[in-house]
Design a protein around this ligand. Structure first.
Ligand SMILES: Nc1ncnc2c1ncn2[C@@H]1O[C@H](COP(=O)(O)OP(=O)(O)OP(=O)(O)O)[C@@H](O)[C@H]1O
Ligand SMILES: Nc1ncnc2c1ncn2[C@@H]1O[C@H](COP(=O)(O)OP(=O)(O)OP(=O)(O)O)[C@@H](O)[C@H]1O
Ligand SMILES: [Mg+2]
Ligand SMILES: [Mg+2]
Lengths: 255, 255
């Protein structure tokens, strides 16, 4: 079982969209995938079609009550893809767990006892370097960083990479960087070219070959409560996430 | 002096872009404006041209050491526009102030003693409903909510509006909603139309007439360390923010 956390404290860069669609693309080729929605906004849960009323058990219960993952995970409309949904209660986790010594390792401990059921676990993080994201980085084998091709997005990367180093020395010595995936790429836009070139120059191999284009079907799909791969399988966005899934598997295999 | 906080826990919706460009548009018509950068990413500080090396005093010192605003505020390349810059230290404020009783009112107390110097104070918030955003909501006369015309963005609005109600009853009884401004509007995109129509239908008068279009000059300007109004004054983005400033002033005057 490989645990990959989708993290970037910069907001709106495509963390949730990547978690949902990469998860679906892996499930589509037979991998058993679990999504863990660690964002109080619950966008991954909504985007994959889990109504609020169905979120009786959630990641809040897993982190705070140590509910086993198997008791919280729900099937989705995608075969081989399950999710532990999120509710807005998650935003109080910083306060609820503030006295606990082991509070950053809660998710890691819960996932440890589930390792037989899934091939991949994808954790969708909120846009902050807070206790929720720390739980995701502590539990992860690797971090996948969606990077929007925009000026502000590049600026936040240094902070994120230094946080990953801190987590590696304090909480999770084996934490690796799975890679950086360029998102919302618009080939007509000079700034995009520039940011992408800068990223490849400074980060080299860490940047995935696959680039996710800006594609309206990716942003329409959540309003139909399904991943883009089901909403419009041959759209540029869906095809890009299928390529990303293939590249992810070949990079891990080669490792 | 009117304190307006730019808040929305959904990431990447245009909080920083609105703070910088609305601030500049108000300064351009003679209003004395202070930006307060409350985001550990420091995007507003970078976007207005404040190098990291110039951020010796920052919002961290204001919140934690109770440094007076006048000792932290820096002039910018825009006449009439100053900024209290942010550094990544801000991300530890939750922990540093965790034992303090009055921790959500730190910014409010600091701004109280500055009221003579500015006509407007715009506070740029991080994408989270955390202690930093609570400080901004406690200090504010009103909240301006940038709303991206996307499905996920609409979903987060309910959480934000209920947090504003909670803050009104617990911390700041006079907190009003200045309005909701639609951002990154692309008239060729059906989803945009739909989200904009939904927002106007459910929120009515709260939604500003002025809509900010998706405009590449707005995302290019920060890489030149200046607001779009200086980078390209006649671009669609700049003109929209000038209209927004005019509408903001006429809405307040009419109040
Ligand atoms: N490649 C793409 N093309 C077009 N739209 C996209 C693309 N990727 C994401 N989006 C849209 O952009 C917005 C931001 O994406 P998303 O919500 O996935 O980012 P996020 O990093 O998870 O945001 P947050 O920081 O709030 O958690 C969403 O409305 C989404 O539908
Ligand atoms: N109207 C617009 N047209 C085109 N690009 C825009 C527009 N508004 C903002 N952007 C770009 O979109 C990205 C997100 O905007 P911005 O950083 O202002 O959002 P934010 O809400 O402050 O994000 P965060 O939640 O991370 O603080 C930035 O790269 C910005 O340059
Ligand atoms: Mg998200
Ligand atoms: Mg911002």
């Amino acid at each position: 079982m490989k645990v990959i956390s989708l993290a970037n404290q910069k907001g709106g860069v495509g963390k949730t969209t990547t978690a949902i669609n990469l998860g679906t693309a892996l499930a589509a080729v037979g991998q058993r995938v679990l999504l863990v929605d660690l964002d109080p906004q619950g966008n991954a849960s909504t985007g994959i079609g889990i109504e609020n009323s169905a979120r009786q058990k959630s990641t809040y219960d897993v982190l705070v009550e140590r509910l086993p993952i198997s008791a919280a995970a729900l099937p989705t409309i995608v075969p081989n893809l399950s999710i532990v949904p999120a509710t807005s209660d998650l935003s109080s986790v910083d306060i609820t767990l503030s006295g606990e010594s082991n509070r950053a390792n809660r998710l890691r401990d819960c996932l440890r006892s589930e390792s037989g059921d899934y091939d991949y676990v994808l954790v969708d993080c909120p846009p902050a370097l807070n206790l929720l994201t720390l739980n995701a980085l502590s539990a992860a084998n690797s971090v996948l960083v969606p990077l929007q091709c925009e000026f502000f997005a590049l600026e936040g990367l240094t902070q994120l990479l230094s946080t990953i180093k801190e987590v590696r020395s304090a909480l999770n010595p084996k934490l690796e960087i799975e890679g950086i995936v360029l998102t919302m790429y618009d080939r007509r836009n000079n700034l995009c070219h520039q940011v992408a070139a800068d990223a490849r120059q400074t980060l080299g191999e860490m940047v995935f070959e696959t680039v996710i284009p800006r594609n309206v079907r990716l942003s329409e799909a959540p309003s139909h409560a399904m991943p883009a791969l089901l909403y419009d399988e041959t759209s540029a966005g869906s095809l890009a996430y299928q390529r990303l899934a293939a590249e992810l598997r070949s990079r891990s295999a080669g490792a």
